[in-house]
Every structure is written in structure tokens, then in C-alpha cells.
Design a protein. Structure first.
Length: 151
């Protein structure tokens, strides 16, 4: 039997990369909802490019969140406060397309969580699968991705 060979690659982005900024914006939007409504479900994707931030996704929350303000405050806190950096927190375009969570998904997650009419959680569930990969072993003193070792 012949042995099959393949190449597996992955990306590890660092500080300053648009993906890191996008992650922080998404986390800030989630945190803003959870601060007002601990049972909120927020499925938001964020994309960042020169002069533009785009948020899209679904939300199931009773929170009243000024999403554009959360986005701009997060960008400013990170330090993008001038167009010469490629993104200016106060003057960049922020496009938001957030809809209510699909009733079918909400019903399924509510049932899986055991959420009753008084909104108490009886169990746990997730509405979306994620796949993560990487290498962080105890055999390396850095305990992080090899390409970042020594930084």
C-alpha cells in the first residue's frame, strides 16, 4: 500500500493584522450585548479593510446596543485614530447588517439550553460549530505557535 503525503498549512496572525482587529471588534459587540442581556446570542462576523469595517450576522438579544459606537470606540482604543494608519475610528465607514436570529435556530438553541419562559438556563448548547488548530506543547518553553517563538 502506498503512503499518501500531504501538506497542511495554517496561518497565525499577530498584533496589527486586520483579523486581530476584527476579532476585538466582534468580542466588544458580544460583550456589549452580554452586559445588558446575559442570555444574548450574538453570531457576528467582522471584516476590516482600509477605511471600512463591515459587521454582519444574527443576534438574539434584548440589549439596546449602539453597535457603531462600540465599533468606533474599540478601533480608537486599539490606536487607529488617523487615516494615515489606514483606519480612522471616527471617520471610517462602518456598515452594519445584523438581523434577528432565525426563529428556527433560536427555537432549537432555546430547546437545547432548556430556556424556560422565565429565561432560566437548564443546560448548555452551541448553535454553531467551530474548528481550531495549532500547536502549543509543553515541550516548548514558549508554549505557542512555532513561528512566533522567541518574540
Amino acid at each position: 500500500m502506498s503512503q499518501q503525503r500531504y501538506l497542511f498549512t495554517s496561518e497565525s496572525v499577530t498584533e496589527g493584522h486586520p483579523d486581530k482587529l476584527a476579532d476585538q471588534i466582534t468580542d466588544a459587540v458580544l460583550d456589549a450585548h452580554l452586559a445588558q442581556h446575559p442570555l444574548a446570542r450574538v453570531a457576528v462576523e467582522t471584516s476590516v479593510t482600509t477605511g471600512l469595517v463591515l459587521l454582519s450576522g444574527e443576534v438574539s438579544s434584548r440589549a439596546q446596543v449602539n453597535t457603531a459606537r462600540v465599533v468606533r470606540d474599540t478601533i480608537a482604543e486599539i490606536g487607529y485614530t488617523s487615516a494615515e494608519f489606514g483606519l480612522d475610528a471616527e471617520h471610517c465607514a462602518v456598515l452594519i447588517s445584523l438581523d434577528q436570529q432565525s426563529p428556527d435556530i433560536a427555537q432549537g438553541v432555546n430547546a437545547a439550553l432548556g430556556i424556560s419562559s422565565d429565561h432560566a438556563i437548564q443546560g448548555s448548547a452551541v448553535g454553531k460549530d467551530r474548528s481550531c488548530g495549532g500547536i502549543a506543547g509543553s515541550y516548548r518553553t514558549e508554549k505557542g505557535p512555532c513561528r512566533l517563538a522567541g518574540r
